[in-house]
Design a protein. Structure first.
Length: 423
């Protein structure tokens, strides 16, 4: 083939390619509006600046293939769905200026979150903070009245959660089973999609309960030497431990958390329904101070003054009774007026709940860290069998007092904390 002929063929092929390319470009305007919209969504989702402004993830879906993996859950329960609500939660990790900028750019400044109120019937693993807990599902699969076995993780530290509220998320879609009327288990995972779900689908709930309890029994039990330091000085440990007497209720705060008009609130209360959050301030007389971490942290507690026996403090709990309507208190069982208890306490701020701060110092208690009823004979009754409750429940109050004193003497973290004088 001559050189001239080869050049002509190459030129013709190139010309054909250009014609095809131009034809394709001419067809672009004829694409459907839905295709263009899809391109816009993809482009928006991939934009670097918008990815950086995304809201924090509440919990990622994880793939669970065995019961052993699910034992990583913070809490495993059998319970009943008693209520479900959708709440708008604004991202609390951003400043007002950042939120305004997001809104101006059409970006989300919060998220709608579905939450279940679950009445705990049985705890298979972990420690429930109260008789009713708040659970966020991956997928809305339950109706009020449904019973379920749930594998949960604590999301109380999630940046978009309100401080001080204990909430859980379902660990994985495979980590939830609805209990049918004949007590068999139904899984939302389709057959063949997950080996763990396939193992227990259709079986009696007692099989899963027994297998879970058998595995939990084999887990190493934390010793007193590990639990006490964690409860006192670990992350989220108590700031103050006292023996005190529950004297009475000082005030109940109603919080219009749903931002509804007063007429709607009045109607809900008339129907016996609680249309918002409640906080109840209890007055507690200090009988004895066992531990006070604030003494060694002047940077965080600049106005600290030592508590002395006979002083009265405020302990604030979620729940209570308002205008004749009662909402379950949490965490742990309600206070009984006149009872003596050992309370592991931390600071509580009304500001976190959009209630005007009146300047009074408040504390909150958490049964998971430690809370005990002191009997007339000095015997401790634990409000939970987990954690410190499993160690000191049934023992004399003096044993816990002595162990705290010994901890203060030997712990390098608290070596500068002065042991309070005792009466």
């Amino acid at each position: 083939m001559s050189k001239q002929k080869s050049t002509r063929i190459i030129f013709l092929l190139a010309l054909a390619a250009v014609i095809i390319l131009l034809s394709g470009c001419a067809a672009v305007p004829e694409r459907t509006a839905s295709n263009q919209a899809m391109d816009q969504v993809v482009s928006t989702a991939s934009a670097p600046e918008e990815t950086s402004d995304a809201l924090p993830s509440r919990i990622d879906e994880v793939e669970i293939r065995s019961l052993e993996e699910l034992l990583k859950a913070d809490l495993i329960i059998e319970g009943e769905i008693v209520d479900k609500q959708t709440h708008w939660i604004t991202d609390t990790t951003a400043t007002n200026a950042e939120l305004a900028d997001r809104q101006a750019r059409g970006l989300p400044i919060g998220t709608d979150v579905l939450e279940y109120q679950v009445a705990v019937d049985k705890v298979l693993h972990g420690q429930a903070p109260s008789a009713t807990i708040v659970v966020t599902p991956h997928i809305a699969t339950y109706e009020i009245g449904d019973r379920a076995i749930l594998f949960l993780v604590d999301i109380s530290g999630d940046p978009i959660e309100a401080p001080g509220q204990t909430k859980y998320a379902i660990m994985a879609s495979a980590g939830q089973f609805r209990i049918e009327k004949d007590n068999t288990l139904f899984s939302i995972k389709r057959k063949g999609m997950n080996p763990f779900a396939d193992t227990y689908r259709g079986k009696d709930k007692g099989v899963l309960e027994k297998d879970t309890l058998d595995l939990v029994a084999k887990l190493p039990k934390p010793a007193k030497e590990e639990l006490l330091p964690t409860a006192l000085s670990g992350y989220n440990g108590a700031e103050l431990v006292i023996e005190g007497t529950i004297q009475g209720i000082q005030e109940v705060h109603f919080i219009n958390s749903m931002e509804k008009p007063q007429e709607w609130i009045d109607q809900m209360l008339a129907e016996g329904k609680m249309p918002g959050l409640l906080l109840t301030d209890y007055t507690v007389t200090v009988d004895k101070v066992l531990f006070d971490k604030r003494a060694d942290n002047p940077r965080f507690f600049p106005d600290w003054k030592p508590l002395e026996p006979g002083q009265t403090i405020l302990v604030t709990r979620q729940g209570g009774t308002y205008r004749g309507v009662t909402k379950i208190e949490e965490p742990g069982p309600p206070f009984e007026l006149g009872s003596r208890e050992i309370l592991f306490l931390s600071g509580f701020s009304l500001i976190n709940y959009d209630v005007p701060d009146d300047g009074q110092v408040r504390y909150s208690t958490d049964s998971r860290r430690g809370r005990f009823l002191i009997g007339a004979d000095g015997t401790l009754t634990a409000f939970t069998a987990q954690g410190l409750g499993g160690i000191y429940g049934g023992q004399d109050v003096g044993q816990l007092e002595q162990d705290i004193v010994e901890f203060l003497k030997t712990s390098p973290v608290n070596e500068r904390i002065q042991i309070p004088p005792q009466p």
